[in-house]
Structure formats: C-alpha cells, structure tokens
Design a protein around this ligand. Structure first.
Ligand SMILES: [Cu+2]
Length: 138
C-alpha cells in the first residue's frame, strides 16, 4: 500500500510535464473561463482545433502564420487571436463583414469574436494577404 502511494506521487509530475509538452506541440489551443487549457492529439497533426459553444479558442499568430490554421467551432464559441509575432497582423474575414480584429500589435490579443452563423469563414491578414486561416462554424 505504501509503495503504491509513492508511485502515485512520482507519477503526477510526469503527467504534468507530458501535458505541457502536448500543449506546446499542438500549438496554442486555449480555452479560458472555467475550462482549463486542453488540446487534442489529432489537432497537432492536422493543424486544426475545435471549440464548443461558450468556450474561447485562441489562434496564435506566429512566423506569419495562423496557428492553428483551421479552427472548428460550434455556433456561439468565442475566438481570439494572439499576435505572438514581432510584426503587426490582423485576422480579417474574406467576406469583409463577418469579422475583423483590426490591427494587432506584437504581443496583443484581439477582442473575442463570436460567430453565431454556421458556415466556413476564410480569413487573411490584411497586412499580409498571403496569410490564410479558416474558421468553420457548425
Ligand atoms: Cu500579417
């Protein structure tokens, strides 16, 4: 019995480290509010992530790319863009009306954007139109 307890105590730091590595490799998929940070192993390989209603998903902008490039969410889920780059960026929907973060300085996080209408939204950085991203609302 005593040995079992010791093993558990040793295991916990290992799990914490594993979780940190998993989050780091999957890009930034943060759910704020009551939720703790979480990630899906599948998201790392596909470059996509998902968020459910009421959650906030974060898209990181780094090295002139959106990470994850493809985000999937339920209607009502919030999305925010975090500029982890040294350059200014935006996340601006291609239809010019669904959303636009406006200019994000280095280190700045956008106001959360909520998409209530299902559909696939493609977006670019208005400063660097070769930067593409997609949000699919279900
Ligand atoms: Cu840009």
């Amino acid at each position: 019995m005593r040995d079992l307890l010791l093993d558990k105590a040793k295991l916990i730091p290992v799990l914490v480290v594993a979780a940190v590595i998993a989050v780091g490799s999957a890009g930034v998929i943060l759910l704020t509010g009551d939720e703790t940070a979480s990630t899906t192993p599948a998201a790392a390989s596909s470059g996509s992530a998902s968020a459910s209603g009421g959650d906030t998903a974060a898209v990181s902008i780094r090295d002139f790319m959106f990470d994850p490039e493809a985000l999937e969410g339920e209607a009502g889920a919030k999305i925010e863009w975090v500029n982890d780059d040294d350059a200014n960026h935006t996340a601006t929907s291609d239809d010019d009306s669904s959303f636009d973060t406006g200019n994000l300085d280095a280190g700045q996080t956008s106001e959360p954007i909520t998409l209530d209408k299902p559909g696939e939204y493609t977006y670019v950085c208005a400063v660097h139109p070769y930067m593409h991203g997609t949000v699919e609302v279900k």
